[in-house]
Ligand binder design. Structure first.
Ligand code: SF4
Ligand code: SF4
Length: 278
């Protein structure tokens, strides 16, 4: 089973939910932190990282001795990442989505592929829980390929919890796509509701069952609950605004380790998700 923990808005407590869900279930669980621009699940999990690997994505390299400047590569590239200008061929590496289309259409076999560094993946363990995260290279704009590389560590037969990036853009879709369930973490504020609506729209497009966790549930207003009622979205957990929880977060401590009474609530959350998927 693969559960993706997402949120339309940053700062809602998504990582708190992902980490504590994984810690509560314990053995046979993987936590994949796909928030590759700013991975932070490891700050709470504190795994020992045993492996680091650099990840590359293929981009075109043109042999101008073979190139006839026919322009076919530029015609097929929908990202405008390769172009012929005045008998010169230009490759805009940062725009390339590594689709390989230009390589396929080149009639002169003038294009080969070289690697552009995307970032690194680190893998480690904590109490039998496998933790994997990606770190995007500073200046790299293309995060979905690195998200996919992190997701490739998902193993059949394990429960995989994905900590998705915030928002509803391409890296979030790459983190949620083809998962079994999306847990949307939100807060009862106008910003929380607005971003939740966007996130629910994205999850519906992907046709994945989803449920809500409302963090800081005793602040703000009732509009998130009214929205959930109207859209028939199950509210699977509510976390109050609590000084002890906030202090644990600020210290980088996991909630279930500071307040063990929360463990059974996260286990109930897991059971509720299982019941929805079945
Ligand atoms: S398709 Fe090949 S031959 Fe044509 S312009 Fe591009 S690199 Fe050159
Ligand atoms: S690999 Fe795809 S995205 Fe990159 S330059 Fe070629 S056609 Fe464009």
């Amino acid at each position: 089973m693969v559960i993706s923990v997402a949120s339309g808005k940053g700062g809602t407590g998504k990582t708190t939910v992902a980490v504590n869900l994984a810690l509560s279930i314990g053995a046979n669980v993987q936590l994949l932190d796909c928030d590759v621009e700013e991975p932070n699940a490891h700050l709470f999990m504190k795994p020992v990282f045993a492996e680091t690997q650099t990840v590359f994505t293929p981009i075109p390299e043109v042999d101008e001795d073979k190139c006839t400047y026919c322009g076919k590569c530029g015609e097929i590239c929908r990202f405008k990442a390769i172009a012929v200008v005045n008998q010169t061929i230009l490759v805009f590496e940062a725009l390339c989505h590594s689709c390989g289309g230009c390589v396929e259409v080149c009639p002169a076999n003038a294009i080969t592929e070289k690697g552009r560094e995307l970032g690194v993946i680190q893998r480690g363990h904590r109490n039998g829980i496998e933790c994997v995260h990606g770190k995007l290279r500073v200046g790299e704009a293309m995060s979905p390929p690195l998200v996919k590389k992190v997701r490739a560590f998902a193993r059949p037969g394990k429960l995989t919890v994905i900590d998705a990036p915030p928002g509803t853009s391409c890296p979030v879709i790459a983190s949620m796509k083809d998962t079994d369930f999306v847990l949307l973490v939100t807060e009862p504020t106008p910003f929380g509701l607005y971003d939740l609506q966007l996130a629910v729209g994205a999850v519906e497009m992907l046709n994945i069952p989803c449920g809500l966790v409302i963090n800081r549930c005793d602040l703000g207003d009732n509009k998130v609950k009214e929205y959930a009622d109207a859209r028939k979205l199950p509210i699977l957990m509510e976390i109050p605004f609590d000084r002890q929880i906030a202090e644990a977060y600020a210290r980088g401590a996991a909630l279930v380790e500071v307040m063990p009474e929360w463990k059974h609530r996260f286990l109930e959350l897991h059971h509720a998700i299982e019941a929805i998927i079945k």
